[in-house]
Design a protein around this ligand. Structure first.
Ligand code: PLP
Length: 464
């Protein structure tokens, strides 16, 4: 086996050439060397069960023969890239397939290389179509890292100065805080719909380009919209002729237990953006939308790499596998097993504020006992403990206080139970550590951080 560089020397070199705003997980960051199924092995030979899937991207885990063979088959043609100036058979086939799966009536499809680029494309098309630079987004949303995508992102720790060609107004997402904390679904839907009406009437111009919504707010900490909320929102949008764009970049392709997150909400979007999982690790994203909106651009527009033959080969094999193995319903079953297990096993842990999610997109939010004050340190401590026990999970949420759990969709029930045991033990041990530590709140167990990067303040729902 090849000699591997020791991790601290690699970290030093990484820090020498990588800007400080690219966060790394763990006190001693991890380099993954190889993987198989839901298991990965680091540079030092330690194996882990992966419940993070490369930010919810490796839907089929690692080294799946069907995807590998599709890639090798394409490589053997000698053609990895041609560009959107040529016909690409696999791209046309995939576009037809995505159009069918979207449930929209006679839509069109454009492929990109990333989720961010897909969001930018949707913003470009809807602002042209409606001749407006006004967009409505949700608090605690994440939509990518470009100028436009950051402007519509509703989590402060990901935003820059907020300079943007767009005007953006933020409506409530699914998180019930402040006055809405104790509301049942019906009251919450009514109250948030009223706020959207008021926002459109008071804070937006006569024409709004679009409203952009994640059905489950992934980076926000797996926050599902309330049942009926998106439906109520769409009824209002229809009255004002505002197109609804659903961002399915994290929720798509079966992760929430259905093909799309919006399918739990009895709505038909006007546009849908996708990326991540469908390439199972190959760069792939895109937009599918109503024909008249997709046709609204009166100039030429290309993507050099979007829909390239290699990504299309991976996506075709990935989608075949998802369909043949009914992975959305598998995600619904294993997701329920995991979520119910976490809720049951953590019911008495006072640091656990909420366990939530849909399908295999889940999070545990930590707060100081008896309060809603976020504890990012608890999330990081649990993440470190899970790693030591051989399980990879993420950290996220608006205050870095959520443990993010997103195994590949091929995870077995046995692996789901293994992960559950590791997570609950890690949480109990971390809570016990805090109880026995001399200093508690406000010192070493502080309240806020943005992932593992620079400190920031918690974004509260009533500040925007
Ligand atoms: C909901 C959502 N939208 C957009 C993006 C941006 O996608 P990408 O990182 O591929 O640019 C992400 C990435 O995590 C996401 O979760």
């Amino acid at each position: 086996m090849e000699a591997r560089e020791n991790p601290s020397s690699l970290l030093q070199r990484h820090q020498g050439v990588t800007p400080p705003w690219v966060p790394l997980f763990y006190d001693s960051p991890l380099s993954i060397h190889h993987g198989d199924g839901c298991l990965v092995t680091d540079d030092e030979g330690k194996a882990y069960l992966d419940f993070y899937s490369g930010i919810s991207t490796n839907l089929l885990g690692y080294n799946l023969p069907e995807v590998r063979e599709a890639l090798i088959g394409q490589l053997n043609t000698g053609v990895v890239h041609t560009s959107t100036f040529y016909l690409i058979r696999a791209q046309v086939q995939m576009a037809e397939r995505v159009a069918r799966l979207s449930g929209m009536d006679d839509p069109m499809v454009f492929f990109t290389c990333s989720g961010t680029e897909a969001v930018e494309t949707a913003l470009l098309l809807t602002t042209e179509y409606r001749d407006s630079s006004q967009v409505i987004s949700l608090r605690r949303s994440y939509h990518g890292r470009s100028f436009g995508a950051l402007a519509v992102t509703g989590i402060r720790c990901w935003q820059g100065r907020g300079l943007s060609p767009l005007r953006v107004a933020f409506a409530p997402g699914g998180r019930r805080r402040g006055d809405r904390a104790g509301m049942d679904d019906a009251a919450y839907v009514r109250s948030t719909a009223e706020e959207l009406e008021e926002l459109i009437a008071s804070s937006t111009p006569a024409t709004t380009a679009a409203m952009l919504v994640e059905p489950v707010q992934g980076m926000g900490g797996a926050i599902p919209l309330a049942p009926g909320q998106l439906h109520a929102y769409q009824e209002i949008l229809r009255r004002h002729d505002i197109p609804l764009i659903v961002d399915e970049i994290q929720t798509g392709w079966g992760r929430t237990g259905k093909y799309w997150g919006f399918q739990s909400h009895n709505v038909t979007p006007d546009m849908l953006v996708f990326a991540k999982g469908v390439g199972n690790g190959l760069t792939m994203g895109g937009v599918v939308g109503r024909r008249e909106i997709m046709s609204a651009l009166n100039v030429s527009s290309i993507s050099s790499f979007g829909g390239n033959p290699l990504s299309m080969a991976a996506a075709t094999a990935t989608l075949d596998y998802i369909e043949e193995h009914s992975l959305p319903s598998h995600a619904e079953r294993t997701g329920a097993l995991l979520l119910e297990g976490l809720r049951r096993d953590l019911a008495d842990v006072s640091w656990v504020y909420e366990v939530r999610g849909m399908g295999l997109l889940q999070a545990i939010e930590f707060a100081h006992p008896g309060s809603a004050d976020p504890s990012s340190r608890m999330a990081s401590a649990v993440q470190e403990r899970c790693r030591r026990a051989g399980l990879l999970v993420g950290v996220g949420g608006a205050a870095g206080n959520c443990l993010r759990i997103m195994p590949p969709l091929i995870v077995s029930e046995e692996q789901a139970r293994q992960g559950l045991d590791v997570i609950t033990a890690a949480i109990r041990q971390s809570a016990a550590d805090i109880a026995s530590s001399v200093s508690n709140r406000g010192s070493s167990w502080g309240t806020t951080a943005c992932m593992t990067a620079a400190p920031h303040s918690e974004v509260s729902d009533d500040t925007r």
